[in-house]
Ligand binder design. Structure first.
Ligand code: ADP
Length: 388
């Protein structure tokens, strides 16, 4: 394992031509930084040695009696991911060299075209690169673990809070029924207030659950025709008669989880309807090409939003004052943002107070696998049994 930059190095030379092997060994043995050199002449022996002793770097000839070309390299890098590899190739073209770097080598040298200085530099660079790569991988893994724990924690806590909340709600209802004659108007009003607070807390907990599900519970990814999806979203929003929703024709097909994409448009449309303050409400859904992305806009002629709230409203539980009615939990836009970011897109708003707002989201035009799809099975196993 490569750890300390100044640690003396152990080098394994894998070369079947005795003359080349001796030449390499001659140079390497003169390097002050090297404390141990071993030489083997086949891939099998190389694996054998690497399995028995620790090495920092392998000087690897690709064409050996028992393996040839990039297969040799990949066999070493896949079995010994923590060891740096300098490929020493007989091929003179740069193409082969670059291929070796893309296939996991840290450096490559062309036989007959390097001297002691170049070799020393290559060994040091290779070891240093491998060290950085290994520590980056380790950090990434730790980060993924912490993120996963956080997602599970939010999910489990919010799920478990629901049960006692249901209990409070039932008890309050029984008290209201069983002691109706003893409570008086004040008592009844207080109980009603308590019930409405319980309902609000229930909605907030549902919000956390929904938020923590994005990227954690994954459906099948598919090509989704947004024309059909928007018909469904408009239908679900069920706008009152004074609000007219117009959707652009010829919307594209994008790749993703259908339910999540529906959530994006449904949340944006339902906000446009929910906050509409004009006697004749106009909502328009548009789509334009924006480089490698589709840019969708949901524009309304509602109250608009002050610029100072543009960022805040995309955070969970953040509402603008006056919007904290029974229907407002501050979850909708945070979900929109989380979903489009999971697909590599963005979400933002442009707005003028009194005139209206346009919410924009972008989605990639080309399909790339997303983080949320990679280990669906593993994540679903983490789902505690019986929780929904
Ligand atoms: P919620 O609607 O439950 O409050 P959101 O996250 O969807 O949560 O929205 C956050 C805040 O952004 C809302 O409370 C509201 O103040 C503001 N907002 C969202 N959409 C609009 C809109 N179309 N017009 C005006 N204000 C909006």
């Amino acid at each position: 394992m490569v750890e300390d930059v100044h640690k003396p190095l152990a080098v394994l030379i894998v070369e079947d031509e005795p003359v080349n092997a001796a030449f390499l060994r001659g140079i390497v043995s003169k390097l002050a930084a090297v404390e141990r050199i071993e030489t083997v002449s086949s891939l099998r022996e190389a694996h054998d040695r690497l399995g028995r002793e620790g090495f920092d770097v392998v000087l690897l000839d690709l064409n050996l009696p028992d393996s040839a070309g990039l297969d040799t390299l990949m066999s070493v890098t896949s079995d010994w991911p923590q060891v740096a590899v300098v490929v020493v190739t007989g091929e003179h073209d740069e193409h082969t060299g670059l291929h070796t770097l893309a296939s996991g080598a840290q450096e490559y040298l062309v036989k007959g075209k390097y001297d002691a200085y170049t070799l020393q530099k290559s060994i040091r660079y290779a070891v240093e690169r491998k060290r950085t790569e290994v520590s980056q991988k380790r950090l990434l893994k730790e980060l993924e673990g912490v993120n996963q724990e956080l997602r599970d924690f939010a999910y489990i806590v919010s799920h478990d809070l629901k049960a006692p909340l249901r209990g409070i709600s039932s008890l309050a209802q029984w008290i209201a029924e069983d002691y109706a004659d003893k409570l008086g108007d004040d008592g009844k009003e207080h109980l009603e207030l308590l019930l409405s607070r319980v309902e609000r807390m229930h909605d907030l907990i549902d919000g956390v659950l929904q938020y923590s599900r994005v990227g954690r519970i994954c459906e099948e990814q598919m090509d989704v025709d947004l024309n059909g999806l928007l018909v469904e979203a408009v239908d679900m929003v069920a706008a009152p008669e004074h609000i007219h929703i117009e959707v652009a024709e010829g919307l594209p097909t994008v790749h993703g989880e259908r339910t999540r994409l529906l959530q994006v448009f449904q949340n944006l449309l339902s906000n446009a309807v929910k906050y509409m303050d004009k006697p004749e409400g106009q909502v328009q859904v548009t789509c334009e090409e924006d480089g490698e992305y589709w840019r969708f806009g949901v524009a309304d002629n509602g109250p608009g939003i002050e610029q100072k709230h543009f960022e805040r409203i995309f955070q969970i539980f953040q509402t603008v004052r006056g919007g904290e009615g029974r229907d407002s939990t501050g979850v909708g836009l945070s979900l929109v943002k989380k979903i489009v970011e999971m697909y590599g897109g963005r979400a933002w708003v442009e707005s003028h107070v009194g005139k209206g707002s346009t919410f924009y989201v972008t989605l990639p035009r080309r399909h790339e696998p997303t983080a949320g799809t990679q280990d669906t099975a593993a994540r679903e196993i983490l789902e505690p049994a019986g929780r929904t």
